[in-house]
Design a protein around this ligand. Structure first.
Ligand code: NAD
Length: 500
């Protein structure tokens, strides 16, 4: 494949620092980051000490307790959020290239993510100025209103698969509601978050409203989750870490939202156009090389089209252009890290040992350009039984399993046979059946005859072990607020409960 490399707009060989209380500072240690497409060192970033994490939390505390941010009007905060969106757009190509260099995803996906991040800030900039709260008709003489107030200091811990977008999903609603934030990006992909901080620093946000600390989960994330100065923790990542976060949050019973993993089903009925279904199946699993929490990683296909589906999907999967993310022709990039590569290759071995049939992929490209990167070929397993580990566990790579069903009831049973409940899709031309099945799927994000559509306007989150609470939409803003009732006695008289 001939390469068409993007015109470089970004330099990574520079200082990457922490942002605490409105100032950039070096951390007390350094970490090397790798280019996932080559396996070579990309750059070095500063990482925070425990003291620096505490300093960031205290800065956010002070900015909330004494600073102007929570006391601004909604319209004033909205104004800042619109400016953040404009700034992201101004730097869109640079941010997209940085995302691809750091995380490996194809440049077309990074460009999409950057646009989505700006859109998220705009959505919350608009939403926060709309009417909220209630006036309640209680017995006179009380005048009673219910209002929403910011929660306080929000610790925000995010993963590596959508670094800038996850930062936007966390910061935009939190700031809109008047909170202050300590954000910890993944140690693998901190670059766009730091660049975002640099962009924010041009906007004269009050000091300490947003702080960005870099480093590993146990040394930097855990102290945030445990801190009694933090009022809410918003986490996106694996179920395993989500459970640790929930227990760390018990120190002061801080509010917790968790966006965790998935093993999402895509149910295909034989009345639907097979080629279109296969096209969506590729999109469902191979976007971002399968490193998407809502990836369609379990195809559940009606028996009478099963063989044709597997054959067509395998033929199309073989044609996917795997390559470096900075190549404009690349359709699927590498995995984010060597450890993720190892994990995915291990699951491929598990699948083979469990007796599933490897239809395509299962290997790493060995050619000169890609051989040292963290690439895995698009992989399909057929003859998969629901109790196999590859059908139950989140692989988080370009690996899909194809299961077979005979009846609608069986399709629903297979779709729901999971500890997860993040997303799910149904493909059928019978609208009544499609509606019945999609209603029966126990998941927070569902689609009919489409996959992966995500809207800032709609709540995002999962049933079962896919998490607690929702991000995005009105629910996403409410998750950054406390509810307060205010009762005003309009005609004070002696209460008369006790004798004088
Ligand atoms: P991870 O759980 O390993 O790490 C996520 C974040 O938590 C990182 O910043 C990490 O440094 C931090 N962390 C790790 N240990 C910690 C600890 N003890 N205390 C505090 N913080 C800690 O997840 P990952 O590998 O970065 O991301 C992949 C996972 O994220 C997948 O399971 C995926 O499904 C999930 N995800 C979910 C959504 C969603 O919206 N539901 C979106 C994206 C990713």
């Amino acid at each position: 494949m001939t390469q068409t490399l993007v015109e470089p707009k970004v330099k990574v060989d520079r200082k990457w620092q922490l942002w605490i209380d409105g100032k950039f500072e070096d951390g007390e240690s350094e970490r090397e980051l790798y280019n996932p497409a080559t396996g070579k060192v990309l750059t070095k970033v500063s990482e925070a000490s425990t003291k620096q994490v505490e300093k960031a939390i205290k800065a956010a505390r002070k900015a909330f307790d004494k600073g102007p941010w929570p006391r601004l009007t909604a319209q004033e905060r909205s104004h800042f959020l619109f400016k953040i969106a404009d700034k992201i757009e101004e730097h869109k190509e640079e941010l997209a290239q940085l995302e691809t260099m750091n995380g490996g995803k194809p440049i077309r996906e990074s460009r999409y993510d950057v646009a989505d991040a700006a859109n998220c800030f705009r959505y919350y900039a608009g939403l926060v100025t709309k009417p909220s709260g209630q006036q309640v008709d209680v017995p006179a003489p009380s005048f009673t209103t219910i209002v929403r107030e910011p929660i306080g200091v929000c610790g925000q811990i995010i993963p590596w698969n959508f670094p800038l977008l996850m930062a936007a999903w966390k910061l935009a609603p939190a700031l809109a509601a008047g909170n202050t934030c300590v954000l910890k990006p993944s140690e693998y992909t901190p670059l766009t978050a730091i660049r975002l901080a640099e962009i924010l620093s041009e906007l004269e946000l009050p000091n300490g409203v947003v702080n960005i600390v870099l480093g590993a989960g146990p040394s930097v994330g855990q102290p945030i989750a445990e801190s009694t100065l933090v009022d809410k923790i918003a986490f996106t990542g694996s179920v395993k870490t989500g459970k640790l976060i929930a227990s760390s949050a018990l120190t002061n019973l801080k509010k917790v939202t968790l966006e965790l993993g998935g093993k999402s089903p895509m149910v295909v009925f034989s009345d639907f156009d097979l080629d279109i279904a296969v096209d969506y199946a590729l999109f469902a699993i191979y976007c971002n090389a399968g490193q998407v929490c809502s990836a369609g990683s379990r195809m559940i296909v009606e028996e009478n089209i099963y063989d044709d589906f597997v054959k067509k999907m395998s033929a199309r999967a073989k044609k996917i252009k795997v390559g470096a993310g900075l190549d404009e022709n690349t359709e699927m990039g590498p995995l984010v890290s060597e450890s993720q590569l190892k994990r995915v290759m291990e699951y491929i071995e598990i699948g083979k040992k469990e007796g599933a049939k490897l239809e395509v992929g299962g290997d790493r490209p060995t050619n000169k350009e890609l051989g040292n990167g963290y690439f895995v070929s698009p992989t399909i397993f057929s003859n998969v039984k629901p109790d196999m580990r590859i059908a139950q566990e989140e692989i988080f790579g370009p690996v899909v399993v194809v299961e077979k069903f005979k009846t609608e009831e069986e399709a629903i049973e297979l779709a729901n046979d999971s500890q997860y409940g993040l997303a799910g899709a149904v493909f059928s031309n019978d609208i009544t059946r499609a509606h019945r099945v999609v209603k029966a799927i126990r998941a927070g994000i569902t689609w009919v005859n489409v996959y992966h559509n995500t809207y800032a306007e709609c709540p995002w989150g999962g049933y079962k072990q896919s998490g607690w609470g929702r991000e995005l939409g009105v629910a996403g803003l409410e998750a950054y607020t406390e509810l307060k009732q205010i009762n005003i006695n309009l005609d004070p008289q002696p209460v008369g409960w006790f004798a004088e």
